[in-house]
Design a protein around this ligand. Structure first.
Ligand code: NAD
Ligand code: TYD
Length: 352
């Protein structure tokens, strides 16, 4: 059995769904169900006896300790986080609480449990911390892609809080010997992506006849990875990663934001054309830039391929087409998550 945290969110729910697609090892899924957590993502597991959902906070060390002693997982995979850069600009405190203080309490609970394990179980135990490429800061146009050895230079409250959590994870290995693995991944996209992030927001707004908001000049570059490829990389690192080590995960898909949105519009024009025959591109609207907006992220995932033989299965072209199709096929999911709290956020962020 494994314990996952934050797996009612975008990547975690995809991870648990993929997990049961390839094995039946039980999963305890601990999630606080913030605005980003959604049990509907896990609806297909409702009758799966191997999946147990627990509502709770990673910062509740007593609860985490109880779950660990009761269920005796062989590994903990930590997805739980506040994850949206724009929200971290409007209100950083939740990011400090969950990403830093929460990770600290989680590590303390895991350390206490791990210390009490018999020798063989102690040796086999793993903690995998899921992190982001944003901890490395921003690249200039011609800089080489981020390697595991790059300096940490986080620029937003989100990336700073993730950087702090990575440092705690590292320190728990060096100081206490906790068997940790850290992964730093590029931007994900795919099913169950909350529609406040660029790709699902633009699909949703396009179909609703609303503006597609592009920050600044739209030439900021992100390195996109289909979420199921991220999940397979995490499984691979969990199986074969070297203790205390860091693995960068990326899709070798650097794209400027405006190009991403153009591609989305072209696929939508083909799969769900507008009634007036015009392209969805006419809805593109340039808006004020994000404060402190990082210009470019790019991941060098060579280490993961060389040492653990992992490569992404999807190209951007295949992954983005699957994603658009998923959103077209799952409009009721989108309608359910774009409820009151979502509308408040969109009003605050784009209203003016
Ligand atoms: P998300 O915001 O969609 O989901 C986060 C989940 O964590 C939600 O289900 C939420 O309810 C839960 N959560 C939040 N605070 C919690 C707490 N205190 N205790 C328990 N659960 C809590 O995020 P995501 O996009 O799925 O990201 C998952 C992880 O992957 C994060 O750690 C993020 O930093 C990292 N990551 C994300 C991306 C990306 O492109 N989305 C890329 C690289 C790394
Ligand atoms: P986002 O999906 O928020 O991910 P991140 O900030 O973690 O990279 O944003 C992806 C890129 O898209 C980022 O450069 C900001 C930009 N963006 C827009 O141009 N308009 C938007 O409405 C949003 C949400 C993001």
């Amino acid at each position: 059995m494994i314990l996952t945290t934050g797996s009612a969110g975008f990547i975690g729910s995809n991870f648990v769904l993929e997990w049961f697609a390839v094995c039946d090892e039980p999963v305890i899924n601990l999630d606080k169900l913030t605005y980003a957590g959604n049990l509907e993502n896990l609806a297909s597991l409702q009758n799966n006896p191997h999946h147990k959902f627990v509502k709770g906070d990673i910062g509740d060390a007593a609860l985490v300790g109880k779950l660990l002693t009761e269920h005796k997982p062989r590994a903990v995979v930590n997805f739980a986080a506040e994850s949206h850069v724009d929200r971290s600009i409007h209100g950083p405190e939740d990011f400090i609480q969950t990403n830093i203080v929460g990770t600290f309490h989680l590590l303390e609970a895991v350390r206490a449990y791990w210390n009490g394990l018999p020798a063989q179980e102690k040796a086999d135990f793993r903690v995998l911390h899921v992190s982001t490429d944003e901890v490395y800061g921003s690249l200039a146009k011609d800089d080489p892609a981020f390697r595991e050895t790059n300096r940490y230079e986080p620029n937003s409250p989100y990336s700073a809080s993730k950087a702090a959590s990575d440092h705690l994870v590292r320190a728990y290995h060096h100081t206490y010997g906790l068997p940790v693995l850290t992964t730093n991944c590029s931007n994900n996209y795919g099913p169950y992506h909350f529609p406040e992030k660029l790709i699902p927001l633009c699909i949703h707004n396009a179909l609703a006849g609303k503006p597609l908001p592009i920050y600044g000049d739209g030439q900021q570059i992100r390195d996109w990875l289909y979420v199921k490829d991220h999940c397979s990389a995490i499984r691979r690192v969990l199986e074969g990663g070297q203790l205390g080590e860091v693995y960068n995960i990326g899709g070798w898909n650097e794209k400027a934001n405006l190009n991403v949105v153009h591609t989305l519009c072209e696929i939508l024009d083909e799969l769900s054309p507008r009634a007036d025959g015009q392209s969805y591109k006419t809805q593109i609207t340039f808006v004020n830039d994000r404060p402190g907006h990082d210009r470019r992220y790019a991941i060098d995932a060579t280490r993961l391929e060389r040492e653990l033989g992992w490569k992404p299965a999807e190209t951007f072209e295949t992954g983005i087409r699957k994603t658009v199709q998923w959103y077209l096929d799952n409009q009721s999911w989108v309608q359910n998550v774009t409820s009151g709290a979502y509308r408040d956020w969109v009003g605050a962020q784009y209203g003016a």
